[in-house]
Structure formats: structure tokens, C-alpha cells
Design a protein around this ligand. Sequence first.
Ligand code: BES
Ligand code: MN
Ligand code: ZN
Length: 488
Amino acid sequence: MTQPVNVTFSETDIDRIADLTGRVVVFVGEDGKLDQAARRVNRLTKGALERFVGSEKFTKMKTAEARDLAFPAGLAADAVQVVRLDRRASVGDARKAGAAIGKAHGEGALFVLAGTLKNAAHVALGIALRAYRFDDHKTDDEKPFGDVEVMVSKPDEVSAQAAPLLHVVEGVFFTRDLTMEPANVLTTTEFADRLAAMKDLGLKVEVLEEPELEKLGMRTLLSVGHGSESPSKVVVMQWNGGGDEAPLALVGKGVVFDTGGISLKPAAGMEDMTMDMGGAGVVAGVMRAVALRKAKANIVGLVGIVENMPSGRATRPGDVIRSMKGDTVEIINTDAEGRLVLADVLWYTQDRFKPSGIVDLATLTGAIIIGLGHENAGVFSNDDDFCQNFLKAAQAEGEGAWRLPLGAAYDKQLKSQIADMKNVGGRSAGSITAAQFLQRFIKEDTPWIHLDIAGVASVKSDTDFAPKGSTGWGVRALDRMIADSYEG
Ligand code: BES
Ligand code: MN
Ligand code: ZN
């Protein structure tokens, strides 16, 4: 697993500045005022920093932006990175500044002269989130990221603030690694094994195998995996850090590869479907984060892990399958498989855990990318308060999320001539009819949120906090919602 960059906190010692190697970061306020460390850098460089701050190069910089002064005379460092940030900058700006630093970070050492910066812990979070690279399958060893030392006036305090944040980064990285991993490596068995290994963190983990799933009647889930050589699985992860209250449940779509099945996808871009387990990846990342930071809450995470392949055993268009709930589904398109996986896992989750609420995550529809692009996940819910609570957390974390409607008129599109429902609702409102399908497997009194993350789980260009590729979208929002609303 990709480990976050190593971050330590130490007391500011301006006498070390001249000898620091690698990259040295100084913060300059919006007004161009230099703090104690920056003044020392300025003196050692014979006024270079002041000249920079006096130039257009600085005045044109936006808040939380960074620029390098390369190979400064008077310092051992290869670069001084100047970051425009006030001492009392907000959490959001501090994180953005951290991301700018993390983006430039490489194999050399990094010294961040944060002094009395109020949100130094969040600068560390930003650095750690952005300094990510998935290079497990690169033959030539790339050098790991250099260590990060953050110098502050109160290292113990800042270090304590940063600890839970850095645990969340580990959760995010777990999600990103799983989602980046190709399908010949992350088979259904390998995925379940990686989740089972989280027992070491104090999570209870069960892997339900096919015979068990058959006994439970999870036929819609099993129908998706029928064409694959890899066995379908459901993994149940439990974190019992709270009292005896009902748990919050997280449910994820874990399609390790989605060929479309007999309704085969076109070749162009099919390789992207290695990320079709992204929903399950987020569930896994949140479970890892809550376990690492020993959250005082009861959380269960359930993921349906299958592979959607065509073969002589694969489910056909036209087949009718009876779900665990008992409702029958006419399969119109075997490429609308995520909802079939989730239907049974959602039902099982309610049946077994009677959760206080369910959040499901799935790379469910291409239509959500048409509607919202890569900026926002689609949010659907049967409960306004629950939904607002999530949206608030997502906004605070800067993870885009936009609510879309549900309604009986959309549900009608799922009517089937020969079964209780079809698995697709036609061309219009494809993401909404997918959500309607899921809602048919939610009991009326279960607060429920469905997150369609097809557009945000993995992206083709850099975002603020991640290089291109898997983002880990949702781990931070869900962790924050848990911290803010489910812990004491
Ligand atoms: N995994 C896909 C959705 C997807 C598309 C995720 C692009 C990420 C990027 C899903 O299983 C799927 O194939 N959905 C179909 C549904 C259709 C057949 C009703 C789609 O969106 O085309
Ligand atoms: Mn599909
Ligand atoms: Zn899919």
C-alpha cells in the first residue's frame, strides 16, 4: 500500500535555515509581510526574498499559490518555495497551500517554516494528500518522496492536531490504490484479502463466499458474476467504537472490471473500467480511516465484489432474476450491473444491521458524467436532514456533491412487462432511474443517500488534492460527517 509521505513537526529553529537542504518553504502574508523565518531567509539571501515580494511575480500570486526561487545564494537549499498565505488563513486556504507544496514535492527533503501559522496541521494535510503516486507497476524504482519537516512554534500541539488528519490521508490512499489497481491484480479474491487484512486495525471483517450468498438468496448480485472465472463475494467490515446505538452503514459497488457482460461495452476506453470498484474502494478507505483514528462511532461497511464478464455462463439480456428481497428483475442490459449488485447488498444490510442510515457509493452511470462532469458527484436521498448533513460535510471538505431529484414518475420508467421491474429505464434521466432502482430496495423508514461517483472517482487531469487518476473522492466527506455527527 502506498504510504503517505513521512511528516514530522519540530520547533522552529531559525539558526538551522542556512544549512537546510532540499526545498525550504516560507509563507508570506497577503500584505507581503515577512515572518521571523522569512526575514532570516531574506537576510541570508541578501534581500532576494524582499525583491521577489516587491515584484509583480508576488503581487500577481493568488492566495495559497506557491512559486520557487531556485538555487538561492546564501542557502544550502536547492529552492525556496514562497507561499502566499496569511498567518491566520482559513483551513481551506491552508490545505490548498499544502497541496501546492505537495505538488512540487519530490525526492528531496522538504522543510516547511510554518512558525505561528494557525492552520499548520492543515498545510500538512494538503501536502500529504497531494504527494501521491501509484508506481507499484513501474519497473524502474522511482525514488520515494522525501521526508517533510514542519517547523512550528508549538510542535506538540500541531502534531496532535495533524494526527487524525494524517490517518484520513491513509484512508484516502487506500481507496486510491485499490481504484488504480488493474483488474488482473485486484481480482475479487485479492480485493477481499486486502480488506480482510484490516483485521489488524481492530476491524471485524467477514468475507461471504458464493455458497453463503446463494443461501442468502443474493441472486441479482450473483447474476453479475456468473460470466466470470473470479468468485463473487460480499465483504462485511464492522467498526464498533460507539455505544450500543444502531450503526451507520456504508455500502459500495465493487465491480473489479466491467466489460458490460453480454451487452459488451465498446473497446475505446474500456480499460477505464478497472475503476468500477471505486464505490467499494471509498467504503474501504473510510473504514480504514475510522479504525486508524479510533472513531467513537459504530460504522459498518459492506461491499459487493464481482466481475462483469461475457461467457457461456453469463447472464443474458431478457433473463429474469429474483432478488434477495423477493422482487424479480428483467435484465434488459447486462451493462447496468452495479444496481444489481447493490440491490442485494442494500437489502442484506438493512436486514442484518437495521442501520440508522445508509450511504451507498457507486460508479453507477455514465449519465452522471454527462450531467455533472467531473466536478460533482450525484446525490440522491429519501431524507432531507440526512442529505443536508452529508452535503455540509462534503462542502467543508471541498468534495463536490450535487443533489438530484427522485420521484414516482421516474420510477415508472422501470416498469417491466414480465417481471416486477426492468434493470434500465431508457435513455432519459439515466442516473435518476438508476437511483430509483436502488430505492426499490430501501425500506421506507431507512434514511438513505445514494452517491453516483462515476464522474469523480477517477479523473484525467490533476485536481487540487490529487494527481490525475483516482481521487479518493468521498473518504474525507464521509469521515467528517462521522466525526461531526456520529461521535458523542
Ligand atoms: N460502470 C458503468 C458506469 C460508468 C461509466 C462508470 C463511465 C464510470 C465511467 C455502469 O455499470 C454502466 O455501464 N452503466 C451504463 C448503464 C446503462 C446500460 C443503463 C451506462 O451508464 O451506460
Ligand atoms: Mn456497466
Ligand atoms: Zn459498472
